[in-house]
Design a protein around this ligand. Structure first.
Ligand code: NDP
Length: 272
């Protein structure tokens, strides 16, 4: 296995390209999965206030043998807490629940109507006060990114979007590349709903890998960070076993062509 790849963010911090998403895991199950993941070599954990497991994320990190500085922790401000003062308060509450010294990346979870500017300004304040190492957005499709240019003094370090071969958002991909905003794909496995796609299966067979591994590798080949979720030890291992192969250009083009606007989470455009 070769070393896992990292991205250098636009503020100079380093972030692993592959991480663990912890949506929909709770209590002991979440703590065990995160502990296992850290043992296996995962170094990025993606949580959110809305996932109701920041406490478990913190517990697993504090009890792990992996030094804190080697772990990259992302959390996000919940929709109901957006706004300037309420975001500052939400951040304090997240930090308290996590009970770790600092957060590596704080994201605006969704582009909420009427709240976007104030929420972003609160994130800029947290960043300027050195309370967080990097700030970014999530679910910011092109119109939200363009709007953000009007009020942002700091360019987001990361934009976390739903992305997979079945939802390849080329406009956002190009925009983020040009502005040095690191893209990160959520629901990168499309929650398993496309594992039976014949083209995906044929490529998986060709490389001797699973459909999940091909979907993860597709993100990495595009230098898109990715955060597949699993609460199973076996699948955590499988999803991390993606550093010993590459997908060639023609198979990447085939995977890119699977795009069909397929979403498992709601379309952020409804927030406009
Ligand atoms: P994923 O596409 O990561 O799919 C997760 C599902 O696939 C789970 O049911 C998991 O089950 C299953 N699975 C995982 N690995 C495998 C495998 N190798 N083979 C077969 N099945 C597998 O979906 P998510 O929506 O969870 O997205 C990942 C992360 O992205 C979230 O956990 C969260 O951190 C983030 N996210 C962010 C959003 C945002 O608005 N910013 C929105 C949605 C997600 P099992 O656990 O049993 O393995």
């Amino acid at each position: 296995m070769t070393a896992q790849p990292y991205a250098t963010l636009n503020n100079g911090s380093n972030m692993p390209l592959l991480g663990l998403g912890v949506y929909d895991m709770y209590g002991k199950e979440a703590e065990t999965a995160i502990t296992d993941a850290l043992e296996m070599g995962y170094r990025l954990i993606d949580t959110a206030a809305a996932y109701d497991n920041e406490k478990e994320v913190g517990n697993a990190i504090r009890s792990s043998a992996v030094p804190r500085h080697e772990i990259f922790v992302t959390t996000k401000v919940a929709n109901a807490q957006q706004g300037y003062d309420s975001t500052l308060k939400a951040f304090d509450e997240s930090l308290h629940r996590l009970d770790i010294d600092y957060v590596d990346l704080y994201l605006v979870h969704w582009p909420i109507k009427g709240k976007r500017k104030q929420t972003w300004q609160a994130l800029e304040k947290l960043y300027s006060d050195k309370q967080v190492r990097a700030i970014g957005v999530s679910n910011y499709l092109l119109p939200f990114l363009q709007e953000l240019e009007d009020y942002a003094s700091i360019t987001p370090a990361v934009n976390q979007l739903e992305l997979s071969p079945f939802l390849f958002l080329k406009d956002e991909y190009q925009y983020c590349q040009k502005r040095q905003i690191q893209l990160q794909s959520y629901s990168p496995l499309a929650r398993g709903k496309k594992f039976h796609n014949p083209t995906l299966l044929a490529i998986a067979n060709k490389y001797g890998k699973s459909p999940a591994q091909i979907m993860i590798r597709w993100s990495l080949e595009h230098r898109i960070s990715t955060i597949p979720k699993s609460a199973s030890r076996k699948r955590l291992q499988e999803n991390f076993d993606v550093f010993d192969f590459t997908i060639d250009e023609s198979d990447m083009a085939t995977l890119d062509s699977l795009h069909e606007d397929f979403r498992v989470v709601e379309n952020p455009m409804q927030m406009l």
